[in-house]
Design a protein around this ligand. Structure first.
Ligand code: SF4
Length: 355
């Protein structure tokens, strides 16, 4: 059950309220290179990115942002600002759908107030982003380390500062490379303010390590109903971040873009069909699927657990010796030779109708 938060609109995407949990990423092309950034954003849109963030470190990046907003990119674009309040204001004038500021380094209260005033004028939310690597000096000194309590207090102090300027179009993100701290800090903030929360384990590492850390950190909070938008941070192509983010939502049945919930067995000494290749081939062709509704599909290796899982799914495959049984609506439909399994399963998914 989702912990209901204030509704905040980021372009066409809503965070909080009853809105679905969205997946974000961040471009890593040079911020002044329009063509490369545009191409990467199109690739990210294709794999299901809901919101994209880009670094805006200078005026050249503001110009790129302006051109991106005038292009056919439909995802909301978030301007990531550090150190420079006037760039945050320029980014909003260029059409940014949200600005992310780290109040620890944006400057004095007057600068934060100027950003809040411009955001109110443009109807743009501000994401208060606190990160263990750039925690403000005051909270760092107070706690001696970027502890969960220090991160939460810093975020809440900056939320209160924006509120003092009558600004409440806020999203809060607290990130740490330490999974425990990230989870604990978000729990504290979720209990202390009503704003949507952006979840992520930052500087999480390589594709494997970062995915595992993110799945544990983000997943733990989502299981508690905490979190409205997520980013899996990986030292990898941002496309991988979006794929992993969608997979985390999918594992918790929270992905509203999910077309197929796949169940497949790990294979064992009983497997007499090349199940690993079949599942790989099926996953690579998921783009071809147009089911009438999200379907549960089981691809199983043998007659031990195969028929049970296949019957329990909308459509299923239970492997035999170089062949497989196709199940639909819990009933056996026919035998399929191994080489035709993926083609026939895809055809059956596209033809599937509820009884
Ligand atoms: S379903 Fe069959 S092949 Fe797959 S792991 Fe279980 S016993 Fe092994």
């Amino acid at each position: 059950m989702q912990n209901k938060r204030k509704l905040v609109r980021v372009g066409a995407i809503s965070l909080g309220g009853d809105a679905p949990i969205s997946v974000q990423s961040m471009t890593n092309t040079p911020s002044g290179d329009f063509e490369a950034t545009y191409r990467q954003m199109k690739a990210l849109e294709k794999v299901g990115c809901d919101i994209i963030r880009m670094a805006v470190p200078d005026r050249a990046a503001v110009e790129v942002l302006y051109r991106l907003k005038a292009s056919d990119i439909t995802m909301p674009i978030v301007a990531d600002i550090h150190f420079n309040a006037s760039l945050a204001i320029a980014a909003m004038e260029a059409g940014a759908d949200k600005v992310r500021i780290n109040p620890g380094n944006i400057g004095d209260n007057e600068r934060v107030r100027a950003v809040a005033k411009a955001a109110a004028l443009h109807g743009v939310p501000i994401r208060v982003g606190v990160n263990s690597g750039s925690l403000d000096k005051k909270h760092l000194a107070l706690h001696g380390a970027p502890t969960a309590q220090a991160l939460a207090e810093s975020a809440l102090e900056n939320v209160r500062l924006l509120e003092r300027y009558d600004f409440d179009n806020i999203v809060v993100a607290i990130k740490s490379s330490d999974v425990f701290r990230m989870v604990e800090a978000n729990r504290i903030v979720a209990a202390a303010c009503p704003y949507p929360l952006h979840l992520g384990v930052t500087e999480a590492g390589s594709e494997l390590q970062g995915t595992v850390k993110s799945a544990i950190g983000i997943g733990s909070l989502l299981l508690d109903g905490i979190g409205n938008t997520i980013r899996v941070s990986l030292t990898a192509d941002p496309v991988r971040e979006v794929e992993k983010g969608r997979a985390i939502l999918s594992a918790l049945s929270l992905d509203q873009k999910q077309k197929i919930r796949l169940v497949s067995c790990p294979t064992c000494g009983r497997t007499k069909i090349d199940l690993i290749s079949l599942v790989d081939a099926f996953e690579k062709r998921m783009d071809e699927l147009h089911p009438v509704r999200p379907l549960k599909v089981a691809i199983m290796g043998c007659a031990v657990n195969g028929p049970g899982e296949a019957r329990d799914a909308d459509l299923g495959i239970a492997g035999g010796v170089k062949e497989a049984l196709l199940f639909s609506h819990g009933e056996i439909v026919r035998k399929i030779p191994e080489e035709n399994v993926v083609d026939e399963l895809i055809a059956a998914i596209n033809a599937y109708r509820d009884n």
